[in-house]
Design a protein around this ligand. Structure first.
Ligand SMILES: [Fe+2]
Ligand SMILES: [Fe+2]
Length: 194
């Protein structure tokens, strides 16, 4: 029996993040067509991106996977780690912008709309390409470099990381992602985000 690989867990998280990023495109469409967005959607979206996307997911990549790869001889200043770290930084700053622009929009929708659309667009530009590089370059490389016991140890570190953030962080955030998408798509006949 083959056991689950740490990269499979990260790929699974990518699919959840991608669905939520798909929801951002629907929010932009709604804003541009003059609809107002429920404040709960925006605060949940911001919380999801900061806690699940950054703390939980990027935490696993940066604090454990990248460190292990560095030990195995992959330079952090070279390809692909340097590019990915740079994009993570960019992602963090966009998540901070998402929080701020959402708060402004919630207070004054008219004044905050354009800045919120701009931030959502930048997130949509960043994430699919970042995730692609990890799924097709970083993870295959990881699985070539790590032996079975290193894989097991990394998976245990991921579990520990999740439990430090909170019991059942995964289940909770998968449910939150589902709720965000349901709220975004409410009233729409078809929703390509879900
Ligand atoms: Fe990443
Ligand atoms: Fe990732």
């Amino acid at each position: 029996m083959t056991s689950r690989k740490p990269t499979e867990e990260l790929e699974h998280e990518h699919r959840i993040i991608q669905q939520v990023v798909g929801g951002m495109a629907v929010i932009i469409e709604k804003l541009e067509s003059g609809s107002e967005i429920d404040p709960v959607v925006l605060t949940d979206l911001s919380e999801f991106m900061q806690t699940f996307g950054d703390k939980c997911h990027h935490g696993k990549e940066e604090d454990y996977l990248f460190k292990l790869l560095e030990k195995k001889g992959v330079p952090v200043s070279g390809c692909p780690l340097a590019v990915l770290l740079h994009e993570d930084e960019k992602g963090r700053s966009l998540m901070a912008d998402l929080k701020l622009t959402s708060e402004t929009y919630i207070r004054t929708p008219r004044a905050g709309k354009e800045a919120l659309i701009g931030t959502l667009r930048k997130l949509i530009e960043l994430y699919p390409a970042h995730i692609w590089k990890e799924d097709y370059l970083l993870f295959p490389m990881t699985n070539k470099l790590l032996n079975d016991s290193e894989q097991k140890e990394l998976l245990a570190q991921f579990e520990q990381h999740d439990s430090e953030i909170g019991i059942d962080v995964h289940h909770g955030f998968e449910q939150l992602a589902g709720r965000i998408l349901e709220m975004i798509c409410a009233g729409a006949g078809t929703c390509h985000a879900a």
